[in-house]
Write a protein that binds this ligand. Structure first.
Ligand SMILES: [Zn+2]
Length: 400
């Protein structure tokens, strides 16, 4: 028997969003154990709850759905492996659903997925996976129902009539079940949420902008929905916030600004876009339909005007950011990021730095650095909208 304890009661808690975390069931003490052809994942629950399990291929994984749960399990601990399980993740999937994703390094099927009542009103989550052949796995995949929740869009307030302020949509990457890059106990999803929230406050303070966020708490938002939010909001500018990580090169540092293009400027940009485009798959969304609309994305990207404005803003950003924080040696690049595919909204993606660099990680976590970088981004936004060559904007267009 090979086993180890992952749980840490009272460690990382889910981020609050107004809904009381106290009402949610709490999961602690995650254990991953291998015994022969079986791998078991167990968690202690504050009360029994309803769970269901399914399998998905490409990448091969097991998806456990359950009601919103407060996971008090360290994200880094969940990256441990056992037998054919490479790692597992957990987090909010929609407002009222949580998910555990178990990555498989060899095909397996779900032998048991239950939450059993324990003494004192507590519960225990038991997921038992059995090593299987590729054919058995595929047969199980075929039984998985399509993901209905993926389509549920967050209601977005349309631009109010007579609104003359420019609309800026801030997009903190990842969230919920998808932590993004994880280095030690720092997750990309929390670094970029803190940055996005501060940027929103800064922009709103000027009174010149209507600012919306694609997420303002620790939840998962599919990539297409982020683009959808920007378009539905009638955004004049879309800013996606991320933080990169390179396991093999701790010395690589600095911020980079990306725009969307079907052809990447370099291999590094292509690698990053491929990684960021995986976000939906990481959260257990079926990525098969993603490949179908690649042609659509390329067509959309052909919208020349939008692309020109994106480039103008990106150059502005590099200049202003470069005046206050360390930039990557090639600070302005482009690649095929799905989240930058709105045909009618100038969009950029900022990689704030490398979480894999101890120096950058320290800065990304510091309020002082954040204040400086946020001020620089806000100045770039001001510059973009006040420059004579800036787009007339939808505010003006709407008045025609
Ligand atoms: Zn990211």
């Amino acid at each position: 028997m090979l086993g180890f304890v992952l749980g840490l009661a009272g460690a990382a808690t889910a981020q609050g969003n107004g809904r009381s975390q106290n009402d949610l069931p709490v999961a602690t003490d995650a254990r991953l154990e291998q015994s022969g052809d079986t791998v078991r994942l167990t968690m202690a629950l504050s009360r029994p709850l309803e769970v269901s399990a399914s399998v998905m291929a490409g990448p091969d994984r097991v998806v456990i759905d359950m009601p919103s749960t407060n996971f008090q399990v360290q994200p880094a601990a969940a990256r441990k492996s056992a037998g054919f399980v490479g790692a597992f993740r957990f987090g909010l999937f929609t407002a009222d659903k949580a998910r555990i994703i178990i990555d498989l390094t060899h095909p397996a099927i779900v032998a048991k997925a239950e939450s059993r009542p324990m003494r004192g009103g507590f519960g225990e989550l038991v997921i038992e996976l059995r090593r299987a052949t590729r054919a058995e796995f595929q047969a199980a995949v075929a039984k998985t129902p399509p993901d209905a929740d993926a389509a549920t869009a967050v209601p977005v307030p349309p631009k109010p009539a007579g609104e003359t302020r420019q609309t800026v949509v801030i997009d903190p990457g990842h969230g919920g079940i998808d932590p993004g890059a994880v280095v030690a106990s720092i997750t990309e999803k929390s670094v970029v949420l803190a940055f996005g929230t501060t940027l929103k406050e800064e922009l709103e303070q000027s009174g010149r902008y209507r600012v919306l966020m694609t997420r303002d708490d620790d939840r998962f938002v599919p990539l297409a929905e982020r683009v959808g939010i920007a378009r539905a909001a009638g955004a004049d500018l879309f800013i996606s916030i991320h933080a990169d990580s390179l396991t093999q090169a701790q010395e690589v540092r600095g911020a980079t600004v990306y725009t969307g293009s079907e052809r990447a400027t370099d291999a590094e940009a292509a690698r990053l876009a491929a990684k960021e485009n995986q976000a939906d798959a990481v959260a257990g969304l079926d990525a098969s339909e993603d490949t179908q609309d690649v042609a659509g994305i390329l067509m959309d990207l052909a919208k020349r005007e939008t692309r020109t404005f994106s480039a103008v803003f990106a150059r502005n950003l590099v200049e202003k950011l470069g005046g206050s924080v360390k930039m990557h040696k090639v600070p302005l690049r482009s690649a095929g990021f799905r989240v930058l595919s709105a045909p009618d909204v100038p969009s950029v993606l900022i990689e704030l730095g490398y979480m894999s660099s101890p120096k950058d990680a320290e800065l990304l976590n510091s309020a002082e650095w954040r204040t400086k970088a946020v001020a620089a981004v806000a100045t770039a936004v001001d510059g973009y909208f006040s420059a004579a060559r800036a787009p007339v904007g939808k505010a003006a267009a709407n008045q025609r």
